[in-house]
Design a protein around this ligand. Structure first.
Ligand code: GRF
Length: 203
């Protein structure tokens, strides 16, 4: 399968996917890495792996819809089978989401439906939660609201800082994203009527 990864920053999730493809743990090829941020370190990671990169700068587009049309055209140029959002910090338009529904994944650093949106580690800490984690879901027009495919849980300890929690969660992200992408490339993962099937198991 041909995979496009959208990033905005450091790209640790991207790197985990690059590594998994390179060791053939995923029956897929990352053919494009696109970012809304020209300075995203993930672009360097992609270039070093010989993967095409593209920066789609919002200042070149008058509104969200025209930005997303540019993204969609890029995706079409690469005939992509799967779009993976990995630390991508833009909200996609309903038209884009509808167009790629069922082949658009995102990872969010919380145990959805808890803590959609930003600053999830800070919020979990402040709430005194003793459990936290990350969620991979199909993207729908509801922000961080699509059907969840897989989650990983981590404990929160009394003396934890945001950095410690973020690192513990990120470690799990890097473990589970390659697994979910592997399942998708094996045609084992399906979203149907807003529900997720892995083989014949309703998740
Ligand atoms: C990660 O915490 C991820 O959950 C969120 O963005 C953060 C940075 O990801 N979506 P990465 O290192 O850029 O992959």
């Amino acid at each position: 399968k041909r995979i496009a990864v959208f990033i905005s920053g450091f790209g640790s999730n991207l790197q985990a996917l690059i590594d998994a493809c390179q060791r053939q743990a995923i029956d897929g090829e990352i053919v494009l890495v696109a970012s809304n941020q020209a300075k995203a370190f993930g672009l360097t990671r992609a270039a070093e792996a010989g993967i095409d990169t593209a920066v789609v700068d919002k200042s070149d587009y008058s509104d969200r819809d025209s930005y997303d049309v540019a993204l969609a055209e890029l995706i079409d140029d690469y005939t992509v089978d799967l779009i993976v959002l990995a630390g991508f910090m833009r909200i996609l338009s309903p038209a884009f989401v509808a167009r790629f529904s069922g082949k658009l994944l995102n990872i969010h650093p919380s145990l959805l439906p808890n803590y959609p949106g930003l600053h999830t580690h800070q919020r979990a800490l402040e709430n005194g939660d003793n459990e936290h984690g990350c969620s991979i879901h199909f993207v729908t027009s509801e922000l961080d609201g699509g059907p969840v495919i897989l989650q990983a849980k981590v404990p929160i300890f009394a003396e934890d800082t945001v950095q410690l929690v973020a690192q513990r969660v990120n470690q799990q992200e890097l473990a589970i994203y390659p697994l979910v992408v592997k399942w998708f490339c094996q045609d084992r993962l399906l979203m149907k009527d807003g529900q997720v099937w892995l083989d014949d198991h309703l998740l």
